[in-house]
Design a protein around this ligand. Sequence first.
Ligand SMILES: Nc1nc2c(c(=O)[nH]1)N[C@H]1C(S)=C(S)[C@@H](COP(=O)(O)OP(=O)(O)OC[C@H]3O[C@@H](n4cnc5c(=O)[nH]c(N)nc54)[C@H](O)[C@@H]3O)O[C@H]1N2
Ligand SMILES: Nc1nc2c(c(=O)[nH]1)N[C@H]1C(S)=C(S)[C@@H](COP(=O)(O)OP(=O)(O)OC[C@H]3O[C@@H](n4cnc5c(=O)[nH]c(N)nc54)[C@H](O)[C@@H]3O)O[C@H]1N2
Ligand code: SF4
Ligand SMILES: [Mo]
Length: 728
Amino acid sequence: MISPPPEARLSTCGESICPYCGVGCRLTVEAEDDRLKRVRGVEDAPANLGGICAKGATLADVIQTNDRVRRPLIRSDRSEEFVETTWEQSLAWTAARFRAIIATHGPDSVAFYGSGQLDTEAVYLVGKLFKGSIGANNTDSNSRLCMASAVAGYRSSLGSDGPPTCYEDIDDSDCIVVWGSNMAEAHPVTFDRVKARRKDDPRVDLIVVDPRFTPTAKAASLHVAVAPGGDIALANAVARLLIERGAVDADFVADHVAGFTEYRDQLLATDWRSLVEASGVSPSVISRFADRIARSKRMLTFYSMGMNQSTVGVWKNNSLINIHLITGQIGRRGAGPFSLTGQPNAMGGREAGLLAQQLPGYRQVDDAEHRAELERYWNLPAGSISERPGLTAIEMFRALETGRLKAIWIAATNPMVSLPDLHQAKRALAKAELVVVSDAYHPTETSRMADVIFPAAQWSEKEGTSTNSERMVSYSEAIVAPPGEALPDWKILADFGRALGYQGFDFQSIDQVWDEFIPLTSGRVCDMAGMTAERLRRERHLQWPCPSVDHPGSKRLYLDRVFPTVDGKARLLARPHREPREKPDDDYPFVLTTGRVYAHWHTLTRTGKSAKLNRREPGPYVEVHPDDAADFGLENGELAEVTSPRGALRLPVRLNQGMRRGLAFIPFHWGAELVAANYLTIAAVDRVSKQPEYKYCSVRIEPVHARRGPRNVESVSGSRSNLVETAR
Ligand SMILES: Nc1nc2c(c(=O)[nH]1)N[C@H]1C(S)=C(S)[C@@H](COP(=O)(O)OP(=O)(O)OC[C@H]3O[C@@H](n4cnc5c(=O)[nH]c(N)nc54)[C@H](O)[C@@H]3O)O[C@H]1N2
Ligand SMILES: Nc1nc2c(c(=O)[nH]1)N[C@H]1C(S)=C(S)[C@@H](COP(=O)(O)OP(=O)(O)OC[C@H]3O[C@@H](n4cnc5c(=O)[nH]c(N)nc54)[C@H](O)[C@@H]3O)O[C@H]1N2
Ligand code: SF4
Ligand SMILES: [Mo]
């Protein structure tokens, strides 16, 4: 082999926000000869203070792989192979199909399904193209599966979306609650900060509310092993004790909160024993939980999918925020409800309005004035933006199956692994007239079902802007060249807008897209008007609200204790406990919950290619309590068949003493048909947020080749010696 001449060994170095979780770690990326070499945390970055986890640290191994899509791929018949084509041809072909479908079936027959992994510039163009030019509100995001309940929870309780807190609050809080979140695995760098805080001051409480004894729970001073789905009852029981013990901040409630009387009356009228029972927690633990909140001066509550992914996800959010409102633990340093955003830019998606009901700048499709503002801004005739609500994620896939929706463009998400009830999702894509996929890799479970695949430039290959969990807006640099002809998502969308013949998509740079977007946030809660592209590149990151170019940005919201509601007051919302949609019975005696593990990201298109991460977490499994395993004849490491009313999987059993009895856990990362959790999960959704209930359905678990029914308990008791002590 001849080594290249020294002058060709160009080394580059740049900074980019991690493309995985919503912590938003700022990373230094080193490359040589356009190959990624090394990734490290940036010391002076406020989001991570130099921190990085195993996923971020292995990025250099998983981006430049040989399954990258290098040129647009197209096939005119799904029974045929994809062929490579040019951008010009593939865009023209796709635009012609869109035009024909819209001409025959109307604008509501097309949809865009994106994700919290698109940068804000791309999201802005999705809205401008679909909601504006095409006139279809059918744009949604995998945030529907993720943060939709948090969005609706904030809006109903506080008047607007947006976490009021920042990471620095960890250092000021004396009581950190982690509710329905496995931060140690899913937001590890922020959890490291929580642990550091407790190391500095061991009096700081850490209370973890999770039905599983997770690595997060292991670090806690109090683990509250709530029954799956029991959160509202638990929150209500805690709130009732706080009221009875006089721990209410009466001044704050009187001045800044509406609805206290109704809330208190409902709590006091509820049968205490039924609350305790539904919560699944002993009265003594509930009492300890309430005591610790009562004595806290600054309580910070992190929450995530254990709260959101439920048919009562919005009510769970309201119930949690209620506790902050009655104790006045909001709108000051070190205190407040703090939803942990899952993806690197799910927040940006919310700000730019990717969800079906949203328009840019926290505007709403069902508000005539908001629609008119956008029509004027985009130079569209009045009435261009439809008043019909768009389809949400689950609704899109149902509408594809019934034929009401004909075409779908899927970008930066892999729904054929991540949607609930994959049997239905598969039927839906098979039935669709046109499936467009933009992804960095091919094949994925979803790209296999496409008619056309657009090659996307991804992390480190494109510039872009994203917002993390603490409202920090950051600019990411491009460090290496994308493979082949891959393009950034914003560019693909702008080119497609032009291919469809629309005005307003002639952008020469990503800065132009950003600078067109931010004035739309002016005067809104998520005000980013002062973060011009030029300034953001110079200062690297700013927290909104940041209304003018000389504004330093804001660490916290509602410090004046004025909430964005008609009367400036937050709302206490009395929410009773409701049962999950599908309860266990004799045929399906276990509750199945699903979630994540530390080493992997979602559907494995990236982390699945790292040898290091695969060694740590080599494959799928089903986790149960050893006593349940004994009752059902399951053995550690042996294959079990897990069956729900929708399908069956075959997975090795893992025993975990820290599971609740009657609960099974399957990580959803692995996508093959016989191991993907979502062939079991239920597509039931929250009535308001339309977020699915990934954390609760019923299953039975049997040893493979065995017949149904509990087995001989004696014969398997030896498996106890193989106990896995923690959740991983
Ligand atoms: N390693 C890793 N990190 C990630 C991701 C990843 O794929 N891998 N994905 C990112 C994304 S998009 C997201 S949304 C976040 C999610 O982050 P998390 O929400 O922390 O992760 P999950 O594992 O989905 O679920 C959290 C916990 O909810 C618990 N739970 C289940 N049911 C209930 C319930 O009824 N009540 C309560 N209180 N708890 C319950 C589960 O036992 C689980 O431990 O992680 C982000 N970070
Ligand atoms: N059972 C169960 N299911 C769940 C969950 C659960 O807890 N349990 N959680 C849900 C949640 S919270 C989430 S967020 C979803 C996540 O689920 P998905 O969004 O489906 O998962 P990802 O693997 O992150 O998919 C991202 C895709 O985008 C591609 N990609 C990467 N970078 C780029 C880019 O720059 N541009 C483009 N165009 N593509 C890119 C990746 O290769 C990948 O195919 O899963 C949901 N599904
Ligand atoms: S904590 Fe999240 S953002 Fe930070 S390196 Fe890990 S995955 Fe990336
Ligand atoms: Mo998520």
